[in-house]
Design a protein around this ligand. Structure first.
Ligand SMILES: [Zn+2]
Length: 213
C-alpha cells in the first residue's frame, strides 16, 4: 500500500485505527490519506490489513453506500445470498472478484443512474428467461444433474462429462451452469447456478423429482 497514493491529492497513505476518523470504536482499521482531514479520503481495511478497495472521498463513500443498498435489495427481493449476488455482478462485469470498494465515481454513477438496468442484468442470471434456448436444455440438464444419479448432483466433474460438452456449454452461455475450478486444485466442475436449479426444479424438491420425472 505504501507505494499507493491518494487518488485525489496524490499524498501518501497511512494505516491507523478507524476510531481516529469515526470517533467511535469497533470499526477496525482504515487506509487514510496523509492529507486527512483536509483531504477527506479513506477506505476500510480487511482483517488481514489490506485495503477493501480504493480510497474514497465523502461523495464516493455515499455513492458506494447506495450501491451496497441496491445490492441488498436485489438479494432480499430474490431471496438469494448477498455472496451469490456479488458473484453474479462480477460475472456481469467480467471481473473475478467484485467489490463495491473498487468502484470509482463514474462506475457508481452509471449503476445508480439506472438501478433497474443494473438489477435486471443480475436477475437475468438468477431466473432464466423461459425461452426456446433454456427450455431445450431443461430435460438434458435434469438428466445430467438429477436423474442419472441416485442423489441429485449440484456439480459434475468436467472430465467425466466431456460427452455432454455441447449441452453444458450451451447451459453456461445461458447462465444455467458455471464452469468452476476447485480452489487449490486443477479439477474443473460444472456447477448449477440458481437459475439452472430453478429451471430443472433442483431445489424445490430434488428427491421427489426422481420419482415424478
Ligand atoms: Zn488525499
Amino acid at each position: 500500500m505504501n507505494e499507493l497514493k491518494c487518488p485525489y491529492c496524490f499524498s501518501d497513505i497511512e494505516y491507523f485505527p478507524a476510531e481516529r476518523v469515526y470517533k467511535r470504536a469497533g470499526y477496525g482499521f482504515l487506509f487514510v490519506c496523509k492529507g486527512y482531514p483536509a483531504c477527506d479520503s479513506y477506505v476500510s481495511a480487511s482483517d488481514d490489513a489490506k485495503p477493501m478497495g480504493t480510497l474514497a472521498n465523502r461523495y464516493l463513500r455515499e455513492q458506494r453506500k447506495r450501491v451496497v443498498h441496491l445490492i441488498s435489495e436485489i438479494s432480499d427481493r430474490n431471496k438469494t445470498p448477498r455472496q451469490e449476488v456479488m458473484r453474479l455482478i462480477g460475472k456481469v462485469r467480467g471481473v473475478k472478484l467484485f467489490r463495491v470498494g473498487d468502484l470509482r465515481e463514474p462506475q457508481t454513477e452509471e449503476i445508480l443512474a439506472n438501478p433497474n438496468v443494473f438489477a435486471a442484468s443480475v436477475e437475468k442470471l438468477l431466473v432464466p428467461a423461459v425461452n426456446q434456448e433454456t427450455l431445450v436444455l431443461k430435460l438434458p440438464l435434469r438428466y445430467l444433474y438429477i436423474e442419472s444419479h441416485t442423489r441429485p448432483a449440484g456439480a459434475l466433474p468436467y472430465q467425466q462429462y466431456r460427452g455432454h460438452l455441447k449441452v453444458l456449454n450451451e447451459a453456461a452461455k445461458n447462465g444455467l451452469v458455471n464452469k468452476v475450478t476447485k480452489r487449490g486444485s486443477r479439477q474443473i466442475f460444472w456447477v448449477l447456478t440458481q437459475a439452472g436449479k430453478t429451471l430443472i426444479d433442483y431445489d424445490t424438491n430434488p428427491h421427489r423429482t426422481l420419482y415424478n420425472a
